[in-house]
Design a protein around this ligand. Structure first.
Ligand SMILES: Cc1ncc(C[n+]2csc(CCOP(=O)(O)OP(=O)(O)O)c2C)c(N)n1
Ligand SMILES: [Mg+2]
Length: 583
């Protein structure tokens, strides 16, 4: 066995896994390994904040299907990762968070930058590797990389900092890629039986379709069954929008056409989706979930099968392989849905046309508060601005969206013809997700236009990473919705707290000017007529290596709230607070 240092073993294992980019902030804890990165062909991308680094690793991994890697200083550098690793967990991103730790010789003594780093990540990683002996550096590093892909989620590689030094005999382990299959024969047979009898089958395409590279297989199955396809919440890119069977996304601010169509289903094929509870809540006043339909759920994680919704059959398998296996099984059978396809297609056409027309006329929010705050305003109505952005969106764009009212409304206006195009904050729902994430996608796909949608509140949390774009030549476009408020939370105070506004109004600097100060372009967009051209120019500037912030001046009006399901009108018991009751 060759002799090497543990740092060399660590870096060589990264090389074996094809790691080309690592996001992070420099730290003494891993400097011995960092020193080898250039020679190993690994680009270290220094960020402004470690949260940004981990979000970038997330974006990088989501668009490429490869590992996203981040590293930081023991203690505070590592605790700064936490929010982003949690977000990656719920986005199923194969991120490897490398967490050098206090030296093994002093752990527990409360020295400098010390904290117990494994418990902190225990609930937001799929696997945690701890290097407990220098001789195991490569083995445990390799396992963290294998597990991130096998389990589709972040893993933690914890390394006591003194373990980078020394001399070991070491063989670099080969990456282990275990292919997933379609699922058990009997579950697939049962699923095919149910599908063959369905009169109104609907496919609910989730993230698993994208992650497995299964769009073609989903299309083939949908076309054979002539089954409408709806996308799961925030996976608007799980089926091509230009396909006649596409109906749009379910969930918050999703497509009414998709909701009305799935409501008619007698069989739902939930393909590659955990059926997350937030994503199927009633929306637009529609209780659309088809309660009496048979549900076939395909998920590669057996723990997700039947977790949220009662299912008729669960298939523990890869979405792509399962779709193909179902198509095979159905090919020569008498399939009821093939006899009544035309009625279903008519219905899809009509619902889509109705939703388009409604969206076309839905130029602004119509609740009394929104009408009042936008009256006489010269600013753009958010919906109209989003429509203009949609019209100007380049075909192969990668779009990330943050958590906020306008970002959520954008869900109705984001359509994609190819997978790996939408990078929403998913169900962890943290403000500040979109901008660093899009930077990560751009590193992986430098030729594709990269666009982040961000509210002004969330922008305040994340704009610092503009420096990363400028310093590292990673050109992206940030579209910042300046409504001078934490709008999504203000909406709750409008709906439930009698317009008592606490902590929701924002005084902003000129975000365009801030961008210019940091070395990017900054453009204020005030009128609808300028939106499309501004986006086109900003996207074009990416080709010249320029990052642009488009500061969109929009009214304060607000769309439907996120959590109508979870809020109640206040009912106080103490006299002192009586006046805050809302009838
Ligand atoms: C890290 C984090 N902090 C707080 C929240 C709660 N929250 C959800 S949406 C929101 C408001 C977002 O405001 P902004 O980014 O300005 O977008 P807008 O709603 O105005 O469109 C807040 C504070 C959160 N989701 N994540
Ligand atoms: Mg805002």
């Amino acid at each position: 066995m060759p002799k090497m240092t543990p740092s060399e073993a660590f870096v060589e294992t990264l090389v074996a896994h094809g790691v080309k980019n690592v996001f992070g902030i420099v730290g003494s804890a891993y400097m011995d390994a960092l020193d080898l990165f250039p020679t190993a062909g690994i680009r270290f991308i220094p960020t402004v904040h470690e949260q940004g680094a981990a979000h970038m690793a997330d974006g990088y991994s989501r668009v490429s299907g490869r590992h996203g890697v981040c590293i930081a200083q023991n203690g505070p550098g590592i605790t700064n990762f936490v929010t982003a690793v949690a977000a990656a967990y719920w986005a199923h991103s194969p991120v490897v968070a490398i967490t050098p730790e206090t030296g093994s010789g002093t752990m527990g003594l409360g020295g400098f930058q010390e904290t117990d780093q494994l418990p902190i990540f225990s609930k937001i990683t799929k696997f945690q590797g701890h290097v407990n002996n220098v001789t195991r550096m490569a083995e445990i590093t390799g396992r963290c990389f294998d597990m991130a892909l096998a389990e589709r989620g972040p893993t933690q590689l914890n390394i006591p900092r003194d373990y980078f030094y020394g001399e070991i005999d070491c063989e670099i382990p080969k990456p282990q890629r275990v292919a997933r299959g379609a699922g058990a024969e009997e579950s697939l047979d049962e699923a095919a039986d149910i599908l063959s009898k369905a009169k109104f089958p609907v496919i609910l395409a989730g993230g698993g379709v994208i992650m497995s590279g299964g769009i073609e297989e989903a299309k083939e199955l949908a076309e054979f069954l002539q089954a409408p396809v709806v996308s799961s919440y925030l996976h608007n890119d799980s089926f091509p929008a230009d396909h006649p069977l596409w109906c749009g996304p379910l969930g918050y601010q999703g497509s009414k056409a998709a909701m009305k169509i799935i409501a008619k289903a007698d069989v739902v094929l939930a393909l590659g989706t955990r059926l997350g509870p937030f994503g199927t809540l009633p929306q637009h006043g529609l209780e659309y979930w088809p309660k009496s339909a048979k549900i076939i759920q395909v998920d590669s994680d057996h723990r997700m099968l039947g977790l949220v919704k009662q299912i008729s059959v669960g298939v523990c398998g890869d979405a792509k392989a399962a779709a193909r296996a179902l198509s095979h099984r159905l090919a020569n059978r008498d399939v009821a849905a093939r006899r009544n396809a035309s009625e279903r297609l008519e219905c899809v056409k009509a619902e889509k046309a109705a939703w388009e027309e409604e969206l076309g006329q839905w130029t602004h929010e119509k609740d009394p508060w929104s009408l009042e705050v936008s009256k006489g305003s010269k600013r753009m109505h958010p919906r109209q601005m989003l429509r203009e952005l949609e019209k100007a969106m380049p075909k192969d764009a990668m779009v990330s969206t943050d958590i906020g009212n306008i970002c959520s409304v954008s869900n109705s206006y984001l359509r994609f013809n190819r997978p790996n195009s939408m990078f929403a904050a998913m169900s962890f729902g943290n403000c500040g997700y979109a901008f660093p994430t899009i930077i990560g996608t751009k590193v992986a796909e430098p030729k594709r236009p990269a666009i982040a949608y961000v509210g002004d509140g969330a922008w305040g949390m994340s704009f610092g990473e503009l420096l990363t774009c400028v310093r590292e030549d990673i050109p992206v476009t940030a579209v910042v919705f300046n409504n001078e408020q934490w709008g999504a939370e203000k909406k709750n105070q409008v709906d439930f707290y009698a317009n008592r506004f606490e902590g929701v109004n924002l005084e902003n600097p000129s975000w365009a000017e801030v961008a210019r100060t940091l070395g990017a372009e900054g453009v204020v967009v005030e009128s609808l007529g300028d939106v499309g051209e501004a986006l086109e120019k900003a996207v074009d500037a990416q080709k010249q290596g320029k990052t642009t912030v488009l500061e969109m001046l929009v009214t304060k009006e607000l769309g439907d709230p996120f959590r109508r399901d979870a809020l109640k009108k206040p009912k106080r018991l103490l006299k002192k607070y009586e006046h805050t009751n809302v009838a």
